[in-house]
Design a protein around this ligand. Structure first.
Ligand code: PMP
Length: 394
């Protein structure tokens, strides 16, 4: 038998057509995608180094700058999901032995703390911890900063595991005072709740494509201001990751050099889709997008309360408009309710994540999905589950 003989046959599954059901994606993401964005992503691709691709990238950059409300030149989209941006932010700005401070009130701070610990052997990671849904006063943050003298402070704006939208005002100023970079995660909140990168003195901001932006998962906008650039381009050690090294920014035309040099093959289709999602946001306007998310969320809160359900975040002003968390009702198994809703309504809602597992069920109505008729659909499915999943009192 020759070495060139195929001994592993074609797998039977590959000889069947692709199956992906139509589903209501009413969880914390990804969200359903409007036809215009799907169509953009389905266009024939071009080369990642073609001038037309660079134009699309330049347009994406402008779209991100609008969405982030920043004039930062160092604004790109990472090839990868939200985690790519999380790792990019930490890998580039923190060096071994430096201190970082992470606010943890759900899973996202925990993740970033772990990324910082893994990435920079010897980085001193200080955790400022609250129960899921808790929030930090500016005074608490400043006290922790005085104590730990971090080079980087991380905060999640839209804590999707808890359903909390954390206030940001004033924190950027505190960070400046203490010579610390302010890193903010808006993966779950961008387009759904106001954020002003420049005015709020946020040094590094990132988001994901698959939430209120309604693009497919796999790209992650990120922006660095001059303070952040100064720190990351004057480091003594090279960042741990080659792919996420912000030397990458040349490929996005952000380093002032005339020629863009190959860095890696960017996600061409994902970029087309992202460009279109940013175009839709620009056409609609940020204010309108924020208003709409708030309005539909308020409508959902009312409907949930009418069903006798309790919202997990008591203070309405602190609720994340894109992802609503519901306290698990007494006498129900949340897994059973969610499985029932998936089976009978083809609808995704999810349980908690990380520290909020067993505490909440989550309903996300983001971007394209953010409509009252979808809130009605979600409420109807929940009502049906409440009727059919009640545990018999043993
Ligand atoms: N941060 C927040 C607030 C998120 O909601 C998510 C995604 N659920 C992430 C980060 C991570 O993004 P991704 O799953 O795209 O890597």
């Amino acid at each position: 038998r020759s070495m060139s003989t195929v001994t592993i046959p074609p797998p039977a599954c590959m000889l069947r057509p692709l199956e992906a059901p139509l589903r209501y994606l009413f969880g914390p993401g990804p969200s359903n995608i409007p036809p215009r964005i799907l169509t953009a992503g389905g266009r024939p691709i071009i080369g990642h180094m073609h001038s037309e691709m660079f134009e699309v990238m330049d347009e994406i950059k402008e779209g991100i700058r609008y969405a982030f409300q920043t004039q930062n030149n160092m604004t790109i989209s990472m090839s990868g999901s939200g985690h790519a941006a999380m790792e990019c932010a930490v890998f580039n700005t923190v060096e071994p032995g430096e201190s970082v401070l992470i606010a943890i009130n759900g899973i996202w701070g925990e993740r970033v703390a772990e990324i910082a610990e893994r990435s920079e052997q010897g980085a001193k990671v200080h955790r400022l911890v609250k129960a899921p849904g808790g929030y930090f006063s500016n005074q608490e943050i400043e006290q922790a900063m005085e104590k730990h003298k971090p080079v980087l402070f991380f905060l999640t704006h839209g804590e999707s595991s808890a359903g909390l939208c954390h206030p940001v005002d004033g924190i950027g100023d505190i960070c400046r005072k203490h010579n610390c970079l302010f890193l903010v995660d808006t993966v779950a909140s961008l387009g759904a709740a106001p954020i002003f990168m420049d005015k709020q003195n946020i040094d590094i901001l990132y988001t994901g494509s698959q939430k209120a932006l309604n693009a497919p998962p796999g790209t992650a906008p990120i922006s660095f201001n001059d303070r952040a650039c100064h720190k990351m381009f004057n480091r003594k050690t090279k960042p741990l990751s080659y792919l996420f090294d912000m030397a990458y920014s040349n490929y996005w035309g952000c380093d002032g050099k005339p020629a863009r040099i190959y860095h890696h093959t960017g996600p061409v289709s994902g970029s087309f889709a992202l460009r279109e999602s940013l175009a839709i946001l620009a056409e609609k306007g940020l204010e309108e997008s924020w208003r709409k998310h708030k309005e539909v969320a308020a409508y959902l809160y009312k409907g949930l309360e009418d069903l006798g359900l309790q919202l997990f975040i008591p203070d309405r002003d602190l609720r994340l408009p894109s992802v609503t968390t519901i306290a698990i009702p007494d006498g129900y198994d949340w897994r059973e309710m969610l499985a029932y809703i998936m089976k009978h309504h083809q609808m995704e809602m999810t349980g908690g994540l990380g520290p909020s597992v067993g505490m909440v069920m989550r309903v996300g109505l983001m971007g394209y999905n953010c409509e009252k008729f979808n809130a009605d659909k979600a409420l109807h499915a929940l009502q049906d589950a409440l009727k059919n999943c009640k545990k018999s009192k043993a």
